[in-house]
Design a protein around this ligand. Structure first.
Ligand SMILES: [Zn+2]
Length: 266
């Protein structure tokens, strides 16, 4: 009896040490994001984010029925994407942004992988009514990349894994099973509502900087709300606050960034 309880105590102490170490690691991996102005818990380097996105890209394209085979449409999206990236604060990030039009006509969706890989289905693209709306979708997705939402999510997952005693995933010596799991998580990732609101806000900011009409993002929200009736929810709508609340926040961001007399104070 005494031995069993002694063994339990030792296991408990080791467990607490492992947990404390995981928490310590999480909080010591802090880096400042210049664009969002936040301290973030991320241990992936931008180079690792880029590599993960590139590794996930082909898998994602394959899963979505391939690329949409129309060069004109692809170039249209590339040009708007390049505008958003090159004429905004997103240009200060080290990511090689790529915009892919996916051939899936039935799914209404757009999403981003870490490191600048951005996808939009032709099913969504065909519902959009203007260049500004396309810029709204791409701006929102670029926002997820710039704010490093995937890398932050992975860090939280790593913390969770650490708390149940698993080894850290990131650090250069990732084995292939863990790596496959990371890619899988990345694909299925849904962001929290705070992340969605932040991407909306960043999207508005990048649209204004690139010369697009930010109010078009409100139209995008309406199109997505309509499209999500009855089918699986698009990335955009995954965990979001009520559409009204979200549109209200977009309006606030438009006021904030639209009335800014100079850039450089955010
Ligand atoms: Zn989103």
């Amino acid at each position: 009896m005494a031995r069993r309880s002694g063994g339990f105590k030792i296991r408990l102490i080791i467990g607490l040490l492992v947990a404390a170490f995981a928490v310590f690691q999480y909080y010591s991996n802090s880096s400042f994001n210049e664009i969002t102005g936040e301290d973030q818990h991320v241990s992936l380097s931008p180079e690792q984010e880029i590599q993960l996105g590139l590794d996930g890209r082909d898998y994602m394209i394959q899963e979505s029925g391939g690329l949409y085979q129309d060069q004109e449409v692809q170039q249209y999206v590339d040009q708007i994407g390049a505008d958003i990236v090159q004429k905004s604060d997103a240009s200060k990030t080290p990511y090689p942004y790529e915009f892919h039009v996916l051939a899936d006509p039935n799914t209404v969706n757009a999403f981003a992988m870490p490191g600048g890989q951005i996808f939009i289905t032709v099913g969504l693209l065909k519902r959009l009514q203007s260049k500004d709306q396309v810029a709204g979708v791409l701006g929102h997705e670029v926002g997820h990349v710039v704010a490093r939402h995937s890398a932050q999510q992975m860090e939280k997952q790593k913390l969770t894994q650490g708390l149940v005693g698993a080894a850290g995933v990131v650090g250069g010596d990732v084995n292939s099973a863990q790596y496959a799991q990371m890619i899988g998580n990345m694909v299925n990732m849904s962001y929290g509502r705070a992340d969605e609101l932040q991407s909306d806000e960043l999207g508005v900011r990048f649209m204004i900087q690139a010369g697009y009409d930010p109010s078009a993002l409100i139209g995008v929200m309406e199109i997505l709300a309509e499209a999500s009736g009855g089918q699986s929810q698009p990335e955009f709508a995954s965990t979001h606050p009520s559409p009204d609340n979200r549109i209200q926040k977009i309006k606030e961001a438009i006021d904030e960034y639209g009335n800014a007399t100079s850039s450089g104070d955010y």
